[in-house]
Design a protein around this ligand. Structure first.
Ligand code: ADP
Ligand code: MG
Length: 256
């Protein structure tokens, strides 16, 4: 893989990057996020697991303000989330997100997918944006696909382009919401490997996944959610060998 800087933050910089305090969110009568307190330090990799419907996706979506919250606060790098306009576009660049469905622009080439935001939001000139895009595409192993359209790529390749597109914005933190769930089994590892490398390079990451192997090897911390609450948090070792709550024990007994 080509060397390219992805972590914008100074390695020496420390402190909390993502802080959620007493966050509550409802969808009508459903209390989908209940008093969520979550702090993610710079360079930390947090894996969020839990049953379907527990609020994991909603949690991710509140962090880059795809969803609003009803009460509580969220700060990124000490700053509250902006509400609209250019500030919001910059927040979405600072908080890269990779979804289960790859969400690439279908009518743009791979290269255009990775340059657009750099030019529009980060105000880079086209040449610099393309250079960075090509380096990142090489880095995630799809450099040869740059002139193709998303539909011409495999799911694993598309998801790696989606990761490159988010990285191109020099995000402070990357959110992954079940990035491998829609992939054929043989493509899962190529995406997880890119994520592993990113974690090793010091990127701050919040990853919702059912890939327990990834959680064990890449996570600094596992956050277990159920029914809109964070039920427990622990190191992967502690969590997988000795879950404390009945909910976590029950969940693990079903998936392991
Ligand atoms: P998870 O990602 O853990 O499976 P979600 O955050 O997607 O959970 O969903 C949590 C709950 O909120 C589910 O019951 C889901 O049906 C509900 N929900 C999610 N998005 C919406 C929405 N836009 N409107 C109404 N209910 C929603
Ligand atoms: Mg989800």
């Amino acid at each position: 893989m080509t060397e390219v800087s992805v972590a914008k933050e100074d390695v020496a910089a420390t402190g909390d990057l993502v802080v959620l305090q007493s966050v509550n969110k409802h969808f009508g009568a459903l209390h989908v996020l209940q008093d969520i307190d979550l702090t993610v330090a710079r360079g930390e990799v947090v894996v969020v697991i839990g049953p379907s419907g527990s609020g994991k996706s909603t949690l991710c979506r509140t962090i880059n303000r795809l969803e609003t919250i009803d009460s509580g606060s969220i700060t990124i790098d000490g700053k509250p989330l902006p509400h609209e306009g250019k500030e919001l576009a910059r927040l979405r660049a600072d908080v890269g997100m990779v979804f289960q469905s790859f969400n690439l622009f279908a009518h743009k080439t791979v290269l255009e997918n990775v340059t657009l935001g750099q030019i529009k939001v980060r105000k880079k000139d086209k040449k610099a944006a393309e250079e960075r895009a090509r380096a990142l595409l090489d880095r995630v192993g799809v450099g040869a696909q740059a002139e193709k359209y998303p539909a011409q790529l495999s799911g694993g390749q598309q998801q790696r382009v989606a990761i490159a597109r988010a990285l191109a914005m020099e995000p402070k933190v990357m959110l992954f919401d079940e990035p491998t769930s829609a992939l054929d089994p043989e493509m899962i590892n190529e995406v997880l490997e890119v994520m592993q490398q990113l974690a090793r390079d010091g990127m701050t990451m919040i990853v919702v996944t059912h890939e327990m192997g990834f959680a064990r090897s890449a996570a600094n911390r596992v956050v277990f959610m159920a029914d809109g609450r964070i039920v427990e948090q622990a190191t992967p070792d502690q969590f997988f060998s000795n879950p404390r709550s009945d909910r976590a024990k029950d969940f693990l007994s079903k998936i392991l």
